[in-house]
Design a protein around this ligand. Structure first.
Ligand code: G6P
Ligand code: ZN
Length: 544
């Protein structure tokens, strides 16, 4: 086995987005494309010689090939040990857990999250640091800079490792351990939640639960946890076999893409509780019988009920939410007398707050919820949190949410996505808005008067780093908000996201249809940004 040094040339398009480098599989299959990026990661790090690297992915097409390349490159570059999930599988939260538990130097996660998989679809790669979280911008900027000057990479000339058997191998001077994908993660979950109470609920015979893994990575985790350890009836987990193309579906747990689950949960004789998670297992959607819980409300409700759950019995240090997430969690934080941090979109912005002990729970409108137990959002953790609350309270999902609204008021909230818009048009829309911001405060539109209008900027309270241009916010004097931003995770064209929110304190007005309750603001959002005219679209592609 010899180390080969291979000459290469930079690719200009290796700038990581919100969550790593995501491109079509065909882009990654170009000669040296993946190798360049992996070498750029290693070249941007210092002190990893003889240290441990964790590698795994969501099982999508090209996962296995990529892992073999990464193992040989990690060996050639001098890592001492590599831990790789069996079959190449590690959900994103499990990878974060394994990195932390083994005090690894870092990890490489192969995933394009909720984007479709297959030979003509998406692939992705991201680097996580030793705290188990996505690399901060300083690191991803360094990786990108390196990718633009790279001239060679190192790879071991060796046979492929058998990823399917749990075993320990030698790859040059590096030890490669193929580990069970679920064990460490399952053990961590057991320290946080009351498994015996959840077990009682799931095996009681009068609580029905449906978990849709959308043929993505959480299948094996969900079966091990819910069906085997927590005694939920066989068949509770549906679409539980990870497939390279996710069965042709779009593994994104929202009302549009998780339509089978939505049909079940809004059908006759619907189960009591339904949940879905995304391609790499970090997102979640939760539903009650005929009832959808918005991710923003979910975060607020988990926070309000956290002390019912063993891992959070001593209360929360603080809550953090991304800027476009509704302000429902802020109201809980206020009542609890703790801080609620507002960060830019991207889980990486929570890392410092969690490491510094400033926040315990975090969440995003994009169906992400998590806590300080790891440094990624965690889909099944959120499902277990809900199950724990349901088991303790003995109420329905709908009753818990409505009770929450009557205590805190309801933040009506919706996101409208315009996907695959021509980039020029989307950029024009945002720059027009930016140009108009200074004139907006004080202006009145029907019942709404603009309180503030800005382009969100964030100064990290821990390291002082500043992130600018994170989305246009228009806040009104009654607490309503309109937010516009461009997605950082799409792979073709631009995706415009419009987020609309209105606060309703009056409990007699909590049962309106969300789109109707927000109709005036949605119309105003179009008027202010000329969405229809500038995108050329009559309607959003996705409404959640
Ligand atoms: C990924 C990130 C999240 C982010 C989401 C949406 O899932 O991990 O932190 O909220 O993408 O990002 P986007 O830029 O597409 O709105
Ligand atoms: Zn994901």
């Amino acid at each position: 086995m010899s180390i080969q040094t291979v000459s290469t040339q930079p690719y200009s398009d290796q700038k990581p987005g919100t969550s790593g480098l995501r491109k079509k599989v065909k882009v990654f299959q170009q000669s040296n494309y993946l190798e360049n990026f992996v070498q750029s990661i290693f070249d941007s790090l210092e002190g990893y010689q003889n240290e441990t690297l964790v590698v795994g992915g969501d099982g999508r097409y090209y996962n296995r090939q990529a892992i073999q390349i990464i193992l040989k490159m990690a060996a050639a570059n001098g890592f001492g040990r590599v831990l790789v999930g069996q079959g190449g599988i590690l959900s994103t939260p499990a990878a974060s857990c394994v990195i932390r538990k083994n005090s690894a130097f870092g990890g490489i996660i192969l995933s394009a999250s909720h984007n479709p998989g297959g030979p003509d679809e998406d692939f992705g790669i991201k680097y996580n640091t030793g705290n188990g979280g996505p690399a901060p911008e300083g690191v991803t900027d360094a990786i990108y800079a390196r990718s633009q000057t790279i001239t060679e990479y190192k790879i071991l000339d060796a046979a492929d490792i058998d990823l399917d058997r749990i075993a320990t191998h030698s790859l040059g001077h590096t030890t490669v351990e193929v580990i069970d994908s679920v064990t460490d993660y399952g053990a961590l979950m057991e320290t946080l939640f009351d498994f015996s109470q959840i077990k009682q609920l799931l095996s009681s015979g009068n609580f029905r639960f449906c978990m849709d893994s959308l043929h993505a990575v959480t299948g094996p985790y969900a079966k091990a946890l819910f069906e085997r350890r927590l005694n939920a009836p066989a068949g509770t987990v549906v679409n539980g076999e990870p497939l390279e193309d996710f069965g042709g579906g779009h593994p994104d747990p929202n009302l549009v893409y998780a339509h089978d689950l939505v049909e079940v949960m809004f059908g006759d004789n619907a189960p009591d509780f339904g949940a879905a998670s995304d391609g790499d297992g970090d997102r979640n959607m939760v539903l009650g019988s005929n009832f959808f819980v918005t991710p923003s409300d979910s975060l607020a409700i988990l926070a309000a009920n956290a002390t019912l759950v063993p891992g959070y019995r001593n209360g929360l240090a603080g809550i953090a939410r991304s800027m476009p997430t509704s302000q429902a969690p802020d109201r809980v934080a206020e009542k609890l007398g703790i801080d609620c941090f507002e960060t830019p979109t991207g889980w990486k912005f929570f890392g410092n707050l969690l490491d510094a002990g400033k926040a315990t729970l975090c969440g995003e409108e994009s169906f992400g919820t998590g806590s300080n137990h790891i440094r990624e959002k965690d889909g099944l953790w959120a499902v277990l949190f809900w199950l724990n609350i349901l088991a303790v309270k003995g109420q329905s999902v709908e009753d818990i949410v409505k009770e929450h609204w009557s205590t805190y008021g309801r933040n009506y909230y919706s996101r409208h996505d315009y996907e695959g818009v021509e980039s020029d048009r989307a950029n024009t829309l945002i720059s027009n808005l930016r140009g108009a911001l200074s004139t907006m405060p004080g202006q009145t539109f029907g019942p709404y008067t603009v309180d503030y209008a800005d382009d969100f900027a964030y100064t990290d309270p821990v390291d002082g780093s500043v992130a600018k241009n994170q989305g246009v916010r228009i806040g009104f004097t009654d607490g309503s908000r309109i937010v516009y931003r461009l997605s950082g995770t799409g792979t073709s064209g631009a995706t415009l996201r419009l987020y609309v929110e209105r606060y309703e304190p009056d409990a007699t007005k909590h049962n309106q249809d969300t789109q109707e309750a927000l109709a005036n603001l949605i119309a105003l959002a179009d008027e202010l940004a000329q969405i229809k005219t500038l995108t050329g679209r009559d309607q959003p592609t996705v409404i959640t």
